[in-house]
Ligand binder design. Structure first.
Ligand code: 5RP
Length: 222
């Protein structure tokens, strides 16, 4: 069992009967879905789930988890997902995948948001290893790119193979690098205020617990 599997198993053990559980997207989230489905089958754990992506929906469906659709919920008990980077104050960077919009909606609607990581995800500052993924409305990407340049961002359209990368929400992605000295809290506010940005990868003030699997042990930061 690797660190991602172990931390996913640990989180699945904390799920209780009656909970509505949000499923994240990515390899760690996949391990969590598998662990949760095992408990559902073997221990008759009574839960419902809501998924943050088509991939997680299909996985949950194949494993027999009772699914609810996002349209029909107003809150959930816990949202469980991975992250690309986690800063010391538990601000996250997400969005290397294509499901940022649903991920942030579920993280915000949840009473608790558990983030599952291995040590490679810990950083001193957001943007240390990856650019910030910024989803832009397709017709607005150049205007958004200009607005990002105005606040010091070097934004490049994300490509895939021969074409442009399109998120599950239908947005284009501007992978954007800012000066390392940029204040992330201020940046979060500025990105929230730019017209044409659908969503971006900074998840500030949303995580309620970070579980880190390292060499067989689980470190828990509340
Ligand atoms: C997808 C995400 C993922 O949670 C993040 O990329 C981590 O993925 P993994 O668990 O595969 O390392 O934010 O948008």
């Amino acid at each position: 069992m690797n660190d991602k599997q172990r931390v996913a198993e640990h989180a699945a053990q904390k799920i209780e009967n009656g909970m509505l559980v949000g499923l994240g997207t990515g390899s760690t989230a996949n391990y969590f879905i598998e662990a949760l489905a095992r408990r559902h089958q073997q221990e008759s754990l009574q839960i419902q789930v809501v998924a943050s992506s088509v991939v997680s929906t299909i996985k949950a469906q194949q494993l027999g988890l009772p699914l609810r659709s996002m349209e029909h919920i107003t809150e959930l008990d816990v949202y469980v997902d991975g992250a690309d980077e986690v800063a010391p104050d538990s601000t996250l960077l997400k969005g290397r995948g294509s499901d940022l919009v649903r991920e942030k909606l579920l993280a915000k609607a949840a009473k608790a948001f558990w983030v599952l990581i291995d040590p490679s995800k810990k950083v001193e500052r957001i943007g240390q290893h990856f650019p910030i993924a910024i989803e832009a409305m397709p017709f607005a990407w150049q205007l958004v790119q200009r607005s990002l340049a105005d606040i010091g961002g070097d934004a490049k359209l994300r490509h895939t193979g021969d074409g442009l990368f399109v998120t599950s929400y239908g947005s284009l992605v501007l992978d954007t690098v800012f000066d390392p000295a940029t204040d992330v809290e201020q940046l979060n506010g500025r990105l929230n205020a730019i017209p044409g940005i659908v969503e971006h990868g900074i998840f500030a003030g949303l995580a309620t617990a970070v579980f880190c699997g390292e060499n067989g042990r689980i470190e828990e930061r509340q």
